[in-house]
Design a protein around this ligand. Structure first.
Ligand SMILES: [Cu+2]
Length: 256
């Protein structure tokens, strides 16, 4: 946490402000909330880089958080602090259905860590803004320390969990299926009794689910898993059930 000197070069406008107003941490902007907002925007950008593509879905939070952060560096009026509480709250509330599956899979850091960071960052902004709204001199250090400890614990948990993940080796006769760039082949053909070797080439998590059967494989980032379903001859739909993936990740499985 950097600690810059208060800006004393504001000239005439500054001269009319009394000492007690200057001492209020919110009078000349709120650095803590601003830094937390910029960090949160950085998490969203990192998420884009990890995913390897820029999706319009993530652009609004980055722009909004950067603007909010810049605004709060300059001044911290009550309304702006309230916006800094409401927006991250809405972000977490609307994003939660997409985040919960990632939360439960620390073995894929690229799916787990960004989501933890988004929630921790959002809560840090909200807590900082609530303290600022009270116009007290209370230190934000406990908030920053708590956020740092949770983030570090998440990194450690994910490192341990991902170290325990091993890929299945491809065996003779296996039909190879590739999940890459959030995409599956449109069509897979397999003989009855045969097995699939599903390789996830993305750094983030996918699944391989065959509709109407109990075939369901978890595919941590950058791993391969053998799927041995022994399905009756017929045509099945297969897909990835990670929220938001199914539309781009589905196809027909022909068992002959
Ligand atoms: Cu997927």
């Amino acid at each position: 946490m950097t600690r810059a000197e208060p800006n004393t070069q504001k000239g005439v406008a500054m001269a009319t402000i009394t000492m007690s107003e200057v001492a209020t941490p919110t009078a000349a902007g709120d650095r803590f909330v601003a830094v937390a907002l910029v960090a949160l925007a950085a998490v969203f950008v990192a998420l884009q880089v990890i995913a390897g593509e820029i999706t319009p879905f993530w652009a609004p939070p980055v722009v909004v958080y950067l603007l909010l952060g810049l605004g709060l560096l300059w001044r911290a009026p009550r309304w702006l602090l309230i916006v800094a509480i409401v927006v991250p709250l809405l972000q977490v509330a609307t994003g939660l259905p997409f985040m919960i599956p990632g939360f439960t899979h620390p073995e894929t850091p690229a799916s787990f860590l960004p989501e933890v960071f988004i929630v921790v960052g959002s809560l840090t902004v909200i807590a900082g803004a609530i303290v600022a709204l009270r116009r007290t001199q209370r230190s934000r250090r406990p908030i920053a320390i708590t956020a740092g400890v949770i983030a570090a614990a998440a990194v450690l948990t994910s490192a341990v969990a991902s170290a325990g993940v091993a890929s299945d080796a491809r065996q003779a006769g296996d039909v190879a299926v590739t999940a890459a760039n959030v995409s599956y082949p449109e069509r897979i053909e397999i003989e009855q009794g045969g097995a699939l070797w599903v390789e996830n080439q993305d750094s983030f998590r996918h699944t391989f689910v065959v509709e109407g059967t109990n075939v369901r494989a978890e595919l941590p980032g950058s791993t391969a898993v053998r799927v041995d379903g022994d399905l009756a001859p017929g045509t099945y739909k297969f897909f990835c059930d990670v929220p938001g993936h199914e539309e781009a990740m589905q196809g027909a499985l022909y068992v002959e």
